[in-house]
Structures are given as C-alpha cells and as structure tokens.
Design a protein around this ligand. Structure first.
Ligand SMILES: Nc1ncnc2c1ncn2[C@@H]1O[C@H](COP(=O)(O)OP(=O)(O)O)[C@@H](O)[C@H]1O
Ligand SMILES: O=P(O)(O)OC[C@H]1O[C@](O)(COP(=O)(O)O)[C@@H](O)[C@@H]1O
Ligand SMILES: [Mg+2]
Length: 323
C-alpha cells in the first residue's frame, strides 16, 4: 500500500440524494483498508477554514437513507482563485491530508483538479441531480430527483385532467435537459422544452397542443427545463393563443431532497468504494464514472474535457408516445 494514510472527504455544489451513502462508503471502505478518514464540512469552505474532523465507522450510521449531506455543502467562490486553492492545499497539509475524495459536480471537479497541482491526490465522485457530468452516464441523485418530479407531475396531471387545463412544469437541471426529457417520457408530456435543442413557439408548442386537441385530448402537460426557463410566460402565452386555461408550476428545491432510491444508494456505494480502492493503490487525480453500465475511473483532465449529448432518439420517442 502507498503511504497515503489519511483521506479527506467533502461534498460540494448542490446537494443530491445519495451523497450520504457515498460518504458512508468512503468512510467505511477507508477504515477497512487502514486509512484515517477525515470529514470536511461545507465543501471547499471547510477545507480553507480547517473545519475538519476524524470520522469513525459509527459516525456514518443511520445516514444511508437520508437526503442532503451530513457534511453539508457550499458553493465556495474563493476556491475559484489561485489564492483560495493555495489556502486549501496549505490546510490539507496542516491536517496531514494527502488525498481527497470530492463528491460533487463538474464545478467541484475543476476545484479538485486545481488542488491536484499542489500534490494532493484527488478523486471525484459524480453527485448532482442534473446528470450533467460529461464523462459519466449517471450521477448520484439523478434517479431520486426523477422520481420526485414524476410523483409531482402525476399529481399535477390529476388536476389538469379535472379542469381540462394545460399544466406547464419547470424542472431543474441547470443547462441540461436530462430531468425534463426523461420525466416527460415517464409522465406523457405533450411538449418538452430542452436547453440543448432550439424550438419555435408556434411550431413546437402551440401546434402539438392544438393537434392533440383535434385528436381528442382534453388536457396537456408542457415541461420546461430550467435552462430554458420562463414557465410562467410560456403558460400565459399558451392560454392567450389557444384559449386553453393554463397554469405554471416551478417545482424548485423539492427536487433536491428526499430519501435516495435504491439506484442512488447502490451507485453511491460502488463509487465510494472504488474511489478508496484507487487511493489504496496510490492512484489519484481520477474521476469515477459510469460507462456502459460499469463503474470506471478516468484521468481528471480527460474527464473534464468529455461531453455527452442528449439522446435524439429519446426526444423522438417522447413525441411519438404523446400522440
Ligand atoms: N473553475 C473552477 N475552479 C475551481 N473551483 C471551482 C471551479 N468551479 C467551481 N469550483 C468550486 O466548486 C464549487 C461547486 O461548483 P458548482 O458548479 O456550483 O457545483 P457542482 O460541482 O455541483 O457542479 C464552487 O462553489 C467552487 O468552490
Ligand atoms: O442551490 P441553488 O443555488 O438554488 O442552485 C440551483 C441549481 O442547483 C442544482 O439543483 C444542482 O446543480 P449542481 O449539482 O451543479 O450544484 C441545479 O439543478 C440548479 O440549477
Ligand atoms: Mg453542476
């Protein structure tokens, strides 16, 4: 085994269900392999401030089923500067941390990469509800968020049906439309607006609604991804043009909370253990990813360069299924 004996673990960026399961996996596998595991509170803020404490096997009891992150999280602006990175690296040395597991999104991995230039072995674990990490087919939290949105939209459908309305739902995802598209398919949305695809209001929103009405539909669901935005304006415009009573809902932070699904817990477990195994073998500066359904690891610079596209076949499928 390499002489890296202390692992730091932190969560950064938006919280995501399953982050706790990932923390638990890092702590338990780390201790299993003989490491001292140090928890860092509130993302890179805690690293800079030295808000760091030793974690035990029991400190991660009773968290596998909880949403949020027991380590708490933050968006740490100073960490985007070289000065902030140097402060973080200096504090890591104070606590004897030569390796760090960062559970977060693409932004968090950029911070980790900068830290690696100061001799700290970093490993990233993808944790964000947005599923927007280019190197990985899947990010921890995405499945739970999908199920939360599905549940909310099923409820909205009940009232849209009863009033014969058009319901417009805005869902999270930052610049990515994965949540919007997949929930659109799962819940039978007539229209899904994605930031990845240009659309025309008349052709891509009004026409499918009117054609649907002519085929006998009595209520309609339109999903607007956060990266498109403007759900309230979209609803107002639909009502004005079609005369169909329309209501907008912006789902908000309910999408980030809740008990993680089986998929998120199991993925978090596998990724957390893989991260520690790498460090045990003296390997750092990697991002854990899911590719072709398997947990793999990728060099961090390469990982940050990778892009993934929204699946055009799924977009086509969503249109056919909502005929
Ligand atoms: N380019 C960057 N360089 C260094 N650190 C960064 C960079 N981008 C983001 N970070 C750090 O990671 C944190 C989380 O990033 P953010 O993009 O908000 O979330 P996520 O990691 O979930 O995508 C930021 O607040 C900052 O501390
Ligand atoms: O916590 P805030 O500032 O409301 O951030 C909202 C953003 O965070 C997310 O919920 C998660 O994004 P990250 O995982 O990149 O932090 C996005 O979907 C949304 O755009
Ligand atoms: Mg992100």
């Amino acid at each position: 085994m390499d002489n890296a004996r202390s692992i730091g673990v932190l969560t950064s960026g938006g919280d995501a269900p399953g982050m706790n399961a990932a923390i638990r996996a890092v702590v338990r596998s780390g201790i299993h392999w003989g490491f001292k595991v140090m928890g860092i509170r509130k993302g890179y803020n805690g690293l800079i401030n030295g808000d760091i404490f030793e974690m035990s096997l029991r400190s991660v009891s009773d968290i596998v089923h909880r949403g949020g992150t027991v380590l708490q999280t933050a968006r740490c602006l100073p960490f985007k500067t070289e000065e902030g990175i140097q402060q973080g690296a200096a504090m890591a040395r104070v606590f004897g941390l030569d390796s760090l597991v960062v559970i977060g999104g693409d932004g968090s991995f950029r911070g980790a990469k900068d830290l690696s230039a100061h001799g700290i072995k970093v490993v990233g674990i993808p944790g964000t509800i947005d599923n927007d990490i280019g190197c990985s087919e899947y990010t921890i939290g995405y499945d739970t968020a999908l199920n939360t949105v599905q549940d909310a939209l099923d409820k909205i459908r009940d009232t849209a049906y009863s009033h014969e309305r058009c319901s417009v739902l805005e869902v999270m995802g930052r610049k990515a439309g994965y949540i919007a598209l997949n929930v659109g398919i799962a819940c039978g949305a007539e229209v899904v607006l994605l930031p990845e695809k240009k659309f025309e209001f008349d052709k891509d929103i009004i026409k499918p609604i009117i054609e649907g009405r002519n085929r006998g539909k009595k209520h309609y669901i339109v999903i607007v991804a956060e990266g498109v935005g403007g759900a309230i304006e979209v609803a107002t415009e639909i009502e004005k043009i079609t005369g169909i009573e329309s209501r907008a809902t912006i789902l908000g932070h309910i999408q980030r909370g809740g008990s993680p699904t089986v998929r998120d817990r199991v993925t978090a477990g596998m990724m957390g253990v893989r991260a520690v195994e790498l460090l045990k073998d003296g390997i750092g500066n990697r991002v854990i990813a899911l590719r072709e359904g398997k947990v793999v690891d990728i060099e961090i610079n390469e990982a940050l360069e990778m892009k993934k596209d929204i699946d055009d076949n799924l977009i086509e499928l969503s249109k056919i299924l909502s005929l």
